[in-house]
Design a protein around this ligand. Structure first.
Ligand SMILES: NC(=O)c1ccc[n+]([C@@H]2O[C@H](COP(=O)([O-])OP(=O)(O)OC[C@H]3O[C@@H](n4cnc5c(N)ncnc54)[C@H](O)[C@@H]3O)[C@@H](O)[C@H]2O)c1
Length: 423
């Protein structure tokens, strides 16, 4: 099928490359010219295993990147994959969605063939029907039933996105016209996963409810971990026993410094805002966020209880990305921790295998090092903020510290004399 994808971020670029691999002809539209230029040269603007290999294989063949919306004319489906960041009040900011929808309608103006607009971005229930469809139709200028709408939320995990595309747990398709559902389902031909069909609004809500539930599992584990810590119980031993219950599953039970990233914090906040705007009090969701915010500060409290006043102290921060295998620092738990360290006058010595550059845009004034060993040399203490597997190999490197105070926000180290935030 000839398809178009709007937005070459984590979701749009991965989706474009993977649909190309499935044999479709893909036109990717990205407004950021620099980003589009790099992708056109086969360079992914972020780290994602397997992505560049797919780009190299399909660019100049059945994958094209452009800054021009006109290129979507002639395609059968257009996926909207632009960002939906948090507004200052916590609600989802739909400005990129509105703008993309308008540009799609405008680009399709002269078309006489049926076209399906598919929202893949995470959007509050009602957005496809009441925001996207009217914006597309207003710019399109005709009400002849040629354009149909679907909602196909994305569940990929950064760092494993290509693998997740080809092996999803399920494919969700929300629709109002049958033809839209059939077209989107046909695109995934060859992928072995159950297809869950629903109304547009239910599909939008499936994504929010999934993310909120996973975030709740993490905050729940953190709360149990905080209690276990006081009682001298290892929460990882506890959760191993809990997670083997098939009703619970072992996933997302890792206690630690809390969840970050571009999705969980913003999506839970958007759901809280939505609930409040319709007169519902989202008590659990609010607690999920409260526990999460508190967790990062436990790192600081624990550090102060071990080395006292932080002013002038050298603190190594290992891990800046919000999780391993990515260079994405959006809402990383390292951000509130570094911020608190800087506020208290500590000298931060940061290292991440991939995310130093991204974090330097947020904290240009702290020190970045090319290895964990360099960051640790002369440090008064060390905080581990990301579960990079290579941190498990660190042992002698800690001998280079001035004093061996090592606090883990993620359970990854195997060295001796370390302490977990809630284990
Ligand atoms: N990142 C994830 O792991 C993930 C997973 C599942 C769902 N999502 C959801 O998918 C959506 C996209 O997330 P992302 O992380 O890929 O965002 P992103 O910010 O990385 O990428 C968005 C891209 O869209 C481009 N863009 C913005 N407006 C545009 C326009 N009008 N026309 C063309 N391009 C435009 C931006 O320049 C950017 O490159 C969000 O709603 C997010 O919540 C993200």
């Amino acid at each position: 099928m000839r398809i178009s994808i709007i937005g070459a971020g984590y979701v749009g670029l991965v989706t474009a490359a993977c649909f190309s691999e499935l044999g479709h002809e893909v036109h990717l539209v990205e407004i950021d010219r620099e980003k589009a230029g790099a992708i056109d040269r086969g360079i992914a603007p972020f780290h994602e295993p397997g992505l560049e290999a797919l780009l190299k294989k399909h660019l100049l063949r059945n994958l094209e990147i452009t800054c021009e919306y006109q290129e979507i004319a002639g395609s059968e489906c257009t996926f909207i994959c632009v960002g939906t960041p948090s507004s200052p009040d916590g609600s989802a900011d739909l400005c990129f969605i509105r703008s993309a929808a308008h540009s799609i309608g405008d680009a399709l103006k002269g078309e006489g063939d049926p076209h399906t607009v598919v929202v893949k971005s995470t959007v509050p229930p009602g957005t496809t029907r009441t925001v996207v469809a009217p914006a597309v139709m207003e710019a399109f200028g005709r009400q002849d039933g040629l354009i149909t709408f679907a909602m196909n939320p994305e569940f990929l995990r950064e760092g494993r996105a290509v693998e997740d595309f080809f092996h999803p747990d399920r494919i969700v398709i929300g629709y109002s016209e049958d033809i839209a559902c059939r077209k989107v389902a046909a695109l995934y031909d060859g992928i072995d996963a159950p297809i869950v069909t629903s109304g547009l609004e239910a599909a939008e809500m499936i994504k929010y409810a999934s993310n909120a539930f996973l975030a709740a599992k993490i905050s729940f584990s953190n709360e149990i971990g905080n209690i276990c810590k006081r009682l001298g119980i290892d929460v990882y031993e506890v959760m191993r026993g809990v997670g083997l219950d098939t009703r619970i599953s072992p996933q997302f039970l890792n206690a630690g410094a809390g969840f970050g990233g571009s999705c969980f914090p913003k999506d839970v906040s958007a759901l809280i805002h939505l609930a409040e705007s319709i007169g519902e009090e989202p008590r659990i969701l609010k607690s999920v966020m409260e526990v999460n915010e508190h967790q990062a500060f436990r790192m600081i409290t624990m550090l102060e209880s071990r080395i006292g006043d932080l002013c002038g102290k050298q603190v190594a921060v290992l891990g800046l990305a919000f999780k391993d295998n990515t260079d994405d620092v959006r809402d990383s738990r390292a951000i509130p921790v570094i911020s608190a360290l800087v506020d208290r006058g500590a000298v931060v010595r940061a290292f991440d295998p991939l995310a130093n550059t991204a974090m330097a845009r947020i904290f240009p004034g702290i020190n970045y090092y090319g290895s964990a060993e360099e960051a640790l040399t002369g440090a008064d203490a060390c905080l581990v903020m990301t579960e990079w597997p290579e941190f498990a190999q660190l042992e002698d490197e800690f001998d280079r510290m001035k004093s061996r105070v090592i606090i883990e926000g993620r359970r990854i180290l195997t060295c001796k004399e370390k302490e977990g935030i809630c284990w």
